[in-house]
Write a protein that binds this ligand. Structure first.
Ligand code: GLC
Length: 424
């Protein structure tokens, strides 16, 4: 048996987080209108004045946060992280420190307030994504990643931009987010790139952002809040580490030490609503991402990019329904579970919660599933989705100590079947 990794204690409240395992990410902003990726301003090098047409036409008339929250809850998600501001600089919340906010668009609402209320009402916890990057703010110096990075006068334009003023702006906004919206469970800052270089332009890191001060502010205002690892501070200052768009195959470590972690993933290849992107993940991929995360001791933060009408588009609703249907009968193998000290059989993933061991079967075998090392350890076995008994045989005579499950020939009609083992 392997030992189960144990992260060093951190400041944020991790108890609920490791229990919850599954959250919803929401990326929403003006980029929902061009509907071709949330980095569109940067990728297409769109000048601020031109991009502002999306501000003028932002009118999500079908916005129904209660419906979003219901879908998240039904999918089995236990928390929300929503973009309060993304790299484009547009604020979904009613900030005193900018006019570039949802309340000044035809939408006219503090979208963050409404979303937060709706998700809390469905029993979910709430966190804010806040972009350190801001391609709209006039004091934010043009850097190697900026929308104006190829502007011939970039260096000259920077002479009149003052990062200290932008730092102040960020601090003010973080204070607003952590004082005007009640108990906030996560602050998810994004992101640092100190090593970036282009022409004479550099990147930005902890000294540019004033990361120490930002972190101190969070700790002061909401000491329980979980803070991510993208402020470019030493890794032990972060509560969670956030691998993006890939599935770790083992417990995530930093400098050889296990950490609390959460992978963030998309339904298709974009965070913001993307009309023409078609790499939507299959039901198997969606469910496996969740299982793979928990089987390595991590969380899954799954993203939805609502449309500019304010709806989850049908493809996103279908993907959420995949989680809803699977979680309705399998959440016991997810909530409160973590990596197991036992080794999984081929094509399987294990999760464990105390004396319950969950075998997630990715490739349905013909009748027998052999669990080496498990003979004599199991009191009872059943398929999790219908609690139907699974017989097993034990062979304690060989060195392998194999326990063999006797499965039906036909794969049960769920995306990934799970056998629940009650350990002695
Ligand atoms: C990236 C991207 C971004 C997205 C984020 C989510 O860093 O800049 O668009 O919000 O990842 O993890």
């Amino acid at each position: 048996m392997k030992s189960i990794p144990k992260p060093a204690p951190v400041q944020g409240d991790m108890d609920w987080f490791v229990d919850a395992r599954f959250g919803m990410f929401i990326h929403w902003g003006l980029y929902a209108l061009p509907a071709r990726h949330e980095w569109i301003m940067q990728r297409e090098e769109i000048p601020v004045e031109e991009y502002e047409k999306y501000f003028k036409f932002f009118h999500p008339d079908l916005f129904d946060p209660k419906a979003w929250a219901r879908m998240a809850r039904e999918a089995g998600m236990k928390y929300l992280v929503i973009t309060s501001k993304h790299h484009e600089g547009f604020c979904l919340f009613d900030s005193q420190f900018t006019d570039y906010k949802a309340t000044n668009t035809p939408c006219g609402k503090d979208l963050i307030k409404e979303v937060v209320d709706a998700f809390r009402a469905e029993g979910l916890r709430v966190g804010f994504y806040y972009s350190l990057i801001d391609w709209h703010h006039p004091e934010f110096p043009i850097d190697a990643m900026h929308a104006m990075r190829n502007h011939p006068d970039a260096t000259k334009l920077n002479e009149s931009r003052d990062m200290a003023k932008y730092r102040e702006y960020m601090k003010n906004q973080v204070r607003e987010l952590l004082t005007n919206y009640g108990h906030i469970d996560i602050m998810w800052f994004d992101f640092s790139y100190p090593g970036a270089r282009l022409h004479e332009l550099g990147g930005k890191g902890k000294d540019d952002w004033g990361s120490e001060e930002i972190l101190a502010l969070v700790r002061e205002l909401q000491p329980h809040a979980i803070v991510d690892n993208r402020l470019d501070l030493p890794p032990e200052k972060a509560d969670i580490h956030t691998p993006e768009q890939f599935q770790p195959r083992e417990w995530v470590t930093v400098d050889g030490k296990p950490v609390y972690w959460e992978t963030c993933q998309t339904f298709s290849g974009s965070w913001g609503y993307h009309r023409d992107e078609s790499t939507w993940k299959s039901p198997e991929q969606l469910i496996r991402m969740l299982i793979d995360s928990v089987s390595c001791g991590g969380n899954l933060l799954m993203n939805v990019g609502p449309t500019a009408r304010g709806l989850f588009d049908p493809r996103a609703r279908d993907a959420l329904a995949v989680y809803r249907d699977w979680m309705a009968v399998h959440s016991r193998s997810i909530y409160g579970c973590t990596q197991s000290a036992f080794s999984p059989p081929e094509h399987c993933r294990l999760t464990q919660n105390g004396d319950r061991l969950y075998v997630h079967i990715y490739a349905w075998p013909f009748r027998h599933l052999h669990l080496d090392g498990m003979a004599g350890k199991v009191e009872y076995a059943q398929l999790l989705h219908d609690a139907s008994e699974v017989f097993f045989k034990e062979d304690a005579d060989t060195a392998r100590n194999t326990l063999t499950l006797e499965l039906p020939v036909e794969k049960p009609g769920v995306v990934v079947p799970v056998v629940e083992l009650f350990l002695k």
